[in-house]
Design a protein around this ligand. Structure first.
Ligand code: NBY
Length: 838
């Protein structure tokens, strides 16, 4: 070797122990990593040490791809998608990376030849739970598709030290446990300490005149925090692309500490450090409620400022000038959580890079796109003006300026319409004053999208109606999708193999190809295999439930599954009303022939959401009664599986027969679990809400169990004055069920326990459970009938999976690329020997 650059690894010309894919090389690499990275030998190594050695062995095989990818993006003319999200709910890395590299079976066999238990190693990985639910998981699916489609992309977010809490169930109640996902180290990330960025907070602003006598503003903060990037490679499926997920950790800047030390204020210095580092400590566990907490705004501004400064640095490093920033980056705002980015980019361009306002504004609008994920009023972010101006005084000035200019445009189009001005303003002045983040995002973006067709329509008609009237051209729909890599190939290998035996492997990156399965619907042999596969997976799950939770479930029963965050609008309690209805029927008529069912629930409630927690308690209480009643035997079972997360999702979607998607019409923006179930051959019972509508269109109405009011009927009923008592009084079955809960039957005679829930239904029922009850019960009776004809059920199941092509995140990402980001694929070249295995 003559120079350092000529070192074989940088030349990347031949296989070594860190890239090689022979069994011998992999075994050597495992031993090497155990010894040299973990500092252990077999005599002292724990299971986790072996897992770490395995993870490093896999990561090593990703690094050439990662560097080649990063290098390719530094070229002029490459446009990079920047996905800004406060949450990325990735799930376990190991299996996914092995699948995407094409070496799952090879590594599994190799590991087992060394005498280690591969499954045991796979299962001890701590999953990064850096998200609440659908929104965070969507960001993870989109990162997978961006890489698979070879689109230059970077995901920016927060490296929470504690992700979503772990859930335990004690005495039927949810108990929250801190999620210490980092406690044994994270082998998938690499800190880039040298790329640390400073972020300012608080203080004041002052005006001054620059050398050209132009009035300028400078911000004099009272706090500076460092952002340290931690990078994780995101591999595409069987391509050379490995994009980066860059998550920011907050640290105190040393300079501040030293000053305080010198002042003799030791405690003050330490305290400052602690306070700074608090910013990225913990994920807020609310999935649809804004609380207006200062720390939350600090988190948002912190990661957004780090990310935008980072992008500008990368842009300038290419040799470009600041004026062309929007040609280097298309920045997508995953909901309003990063929407402060609009004001921050303006501040950077105007204050730091001295651009004129109009030019800066053009760049900003060209840069951002905004995705809305909710119609619920309580989930629309707004910040009290006072809190905002204390933390971000300069940004508030910028927002005022944006607002003034924007309202000027509105006034020109609609003179004398002061109501409209008040409705559109970035500042809510109807009572206490607030900054409206959805308005900031809408004004500062060139594209605004909802996440399912109905959702986008409702945005246009309702939540963002005035913006739609003003800028109709900005609005587009981008129906969500999920990645078939994680949600079929990784999670359901049995089904994936069956499909591949019939139609080859192309479907994995071209999900529309599943259509070819339709040709086999009339093939009795294929149906038999399909049914048997589902049966085998259900048996796995049944064994898992028995081993881990001690509950015996009948694998031949219909697996009826509702897994998702606990929320009144998602109506887990409507599902419970059905269960109690069946229970009553069986008690009244013990010889009744029914379709045996196992009801499986999973999901976390926001810790401060009392009614949601009470619904968990109700599910468990009803389960206790039913599961211990000998009359129910193998006919009804109710299980609430604690700590629903990505890993558990991977277990349960493949095993479901029936997918519960029963939100009140008009409330669920899209849903994505609905897609994962149907791809795995579950049938859906659902309302005309979110993406259910499009799923039904695709799979055919005859293969979907529809019930309930439409969005229009919901609006109608509410405007006529909805009275839950009318339903209670006129439906004896419903009355019986509600009375049974009230009577204390499920609460050891305690008539108070469930009263808040029952009263909320009787006196308000904001999500119209009573109005939809009978329709739901009737529909469930149809499900029972249908399940008895297994041949026909299997046909419907096959057709559901075969027709889910639209719901691949690849389709969604292609639409974003073409219609919002103007981004195109970039092929990554790699030496022959190292390329993806088929
Ligand atoms: O986003 C979900 C929607 O409810 C679901 O219908 C949709 O399919 C999915 C992806 O588009 N929204 C969601 O998961 N929201 C959150 O997790 C969330 C998290 C934090 C906050 C608000 C919402 N917050 O204000 O902090």
């Amino acid at each position: 070797m003559t120079t350092f650059e000529q070192a074989p690894i940088f030349q990347c010309e031949f296989e070594d122990d860190r890239t090689g894919l022979s069994k011998e090389t992999i075994k050597r690499a495992l031993a090497d990593n155990l010894f040299y990275i973990q500092g252990k030998y077999p005599g002292t190594a724990t299971l986790n040490d072996y897992y770490m050695a395995l993870a490093y062995t896999v990561r090593d095989r990703m690094l050439q791809r990662w560097f080649k990818t990063t290098e390719a993006y530094t070229k002029k003319g490459v446009k990079v998608v920047s996905y800004l999200s406060a949450e990325f709910l990735l799930g376990p890395h190991l299996s996914n990376n092995l699948i995407n590299l094409g070496i799952y079976d090879l590594v599994r066999q190799t590991v087992e030849e060394t005498g280690l238990d591969f499954v045991q190693l796979r299962e001890i990985e701590e999953e990064p739970g850096l998200g609440n639910g659908g929104l965070g998981r969507l960001a993870a699916c989109y990162m997978d598709s961006l890489s698979t489609l070879e689109i230059p992309a970077i995901g920016y977010g927060i490296r929470y030290e504690f992700g979503i809490f772990d859930q335990e169930i004690r005495d039927g109640w949810q108990v929250e446990i801190t999620d210490k996902w980092l406690h044994l180290g994270n082998p998938w990330e690499i800190p880039r300490l040298e790329e640390t960025i400073e972020v300012k907070f608080g203080g004041r602003t002052e005006g001054y005149y620059d050398e050209k006598c132009r009035y300028r503003v400078r911000w004099i903060p009272d706090k500076v925090v460092k952002g340290v990037p931690y990078d994780t490679p995101i591999l595409g499926y069987r391509v050379n692309t490995a994009n980066t997920l860059r998550l920011w950790k907050a640290e105190a800047p040393e300079s501040f500490e030293f000053k305080a030390f010198n002042d003799g204020n030791y405690y003050g210095a330490v305290n400052k450090k602690v306070v700074s580092e608090n910013i990225t400590k913990v994920l807020y566990p609310n999935d649809d409620l804004v609380q207006g907490k200062e720390l939350r705004l600090e988190q948002q501004y912190f990661f957004v400022s780090c990310s935008l400064q980072d992008m500008i640095r990368l842009h300038l490093q290419k040799g470009e000038t600041i004026e062309t920033f929007h040609q280097s980056f298309a920045v997508q705002l995953n909901d309003t959580h990063p929407s402060i980015g609009v004001a921050e980019l303006m501040r950077l361009l105007v204050d730091e890079y001295q651009l004129e306002w109009d030019q800066a504004w053009q760049i900003t609008q060209n840069t951002f796109g905004y995705t809305n994920h909710t119609l619920l009023p309580e989930a629309l972010e707004k910040w009290p003006l006072k809190l905002f101006s204390n933390l971000l005084p300069r940004h508030l000035q910028i927002i005022y300026e944006i607002n003034q200019r924007f309202l000027g445009q509105v006034r020109a189009k609609y003179p004398d319409d002061s109501d409209r001005l008040a409705r559109l303003s970035l500042i809510d002045e109807s009572g206490e004053k607030y900054v409206r983040m959805a308005h900031l995002a809408s004004v500062g973006s060139h594209a605004i999208n909802g996440v399912a067709a109905l959702h986008t329509e409702l945005l246009k008609q309702d939540v963002l109606r005035d913006f739609y009237e003003f800028w109709p051209e900005k609005f587009t729909n981008k129906t969500n999708g999920v990645t078939p890599r994680r949600w079929i190939v990784v999670s359901n290998p049995l089904l994936a193999n069956l499909i591949t035996r019939k139609i080859g492997t192309d479907w994995i990156s071209h999900l529309e190809d599943l259509k070819q399965l339709e040709a086999f619907v009339e093939d009795a042999e294929f149906r038999h295999e399909w049914r048997q596969t589902k049966q085998d997976i259900k048996t796995y799950l049944a064994n898992y439930i028995k081993d881990n939770h001690g509950i015996e479930v009948n694998p031949a029963s219909l697996f009826d599954v509702q897994v998702k965050r606990l929320h009144e609008y998602k109506r887990q309690h409507l599902n419970v009303l059905h269960i109690i209805t069946l229970y009553k029927r069986l008690k009244d008529n013990p010889n009744l022939e029914i379709t045996p069912r196992t009801f499986i629930f999973g999901g976390k409630a926001a810790p401060g959401y009392f009614i949601a927690k009470l619904i968990i308690k109700l599910i468990n209480s009803v389960g206790d009664v039913i599961n211990n009643d000998p009359d129910m035997r193998d006919r009804l079972k109710v299980v609430f599986l604690p700590d629903y997360n990505v890993r558990f999702g991977q277990r349960v979607y493949p095993a479901a027969d029936l997918s519960e998607q029963i939100s009140t019409a008009g409330k669920e923006a899209s849903g994505t679990g609905n897609m994962k179930f149907a791809m795995n051959g579950a049938l859906t019972i659902g309302t005309l809400d979110g993406a259910n509508i499009e799923i039904r269109e695709e799979v055919g109405a005859e293969n979907f169990f529809l019930f309930g009011l439409t969005t229009e009927q919901v609006y109608d009923l509410k405007s006529r004055g909805y009275n839950p008592w009318d339903y209670y009084n006129s439906n004896p079955q419903l009355k019986e069920v509600i009375d049974l809960i009230s009577s204390g039957f499920f609460s050891h005679g305690d008539t108070n326990l469930f009263r808040p829930l029952v009263d909320s239904l009787l006196y308000h029922d904001p999500y119209l459970l009573f109005a939809d009850y009978q329709s739901y019960i009737d529909c469930q009776d149809q499900v029972n009938q249908a399940y008895r004809d297994q041949e026909h059920w299997t046909k419907m199941s096959i057709l559901n999976a075969a027709r889910m092509g639209k719901f691949s995140s690849d389709r969604a990402i292609k639409e974003y690329c073409q219609e919002i980001w103007n981004a195109v694929p970039v092929k990554i070249e790699l030496a022959e020997y190292i390329q993806a295995r088929a």
